[in-house]
Design a protein. Structure first.
Length: 101
């Protein structure tokens, strides 16, 4: 079950694998680097089309990160909650899908 209270963020019951943490962290760092490059492009008044192309690349990278985290969420958190009898988690999953579609 997900731990929650008024003063703390929720935490996973089953920790993410070290491989997933490494992969997601690497991808986030790469996206941050791309965003820093885009900021520099804007500051240097680079061509709008080039800036937009780079923004599209960052957006694609962030979506790929989201898919990895969603997969992990489905395989761990959602499965655990359903196995514990909490079928209301399906509503949460649908809300998450709506955010990404």
């Amino acid at each position: 079950m997900v731990e929650r209270d008024c003063c703390r963020a929720a935490h996973k019951h089953t920790p993410r694998s070290p491989e997933l943490k490494r992969d997601v962290t690497r991808r986030i760092n790469r996206a941050v680097g791309q965003l820093n490059g885009i900021r520099q492009m804007v500051e240097e008044d680079r061509y709008c089309g080039d800036v937009l192309t780079q923004l599209a690349a960052v957006e694609s990278a962030v979506k790929a990160i989201s898919r990895e985290v969603m997969r992990d969420h489905l395989e761990t958190c959602v499965v655990e909650r359903i196995q514990a009898g909490d079928t209301e988690v399906t509503g949460e999953v649908m809300d998450l899908f709506k955010k990404f579609m």
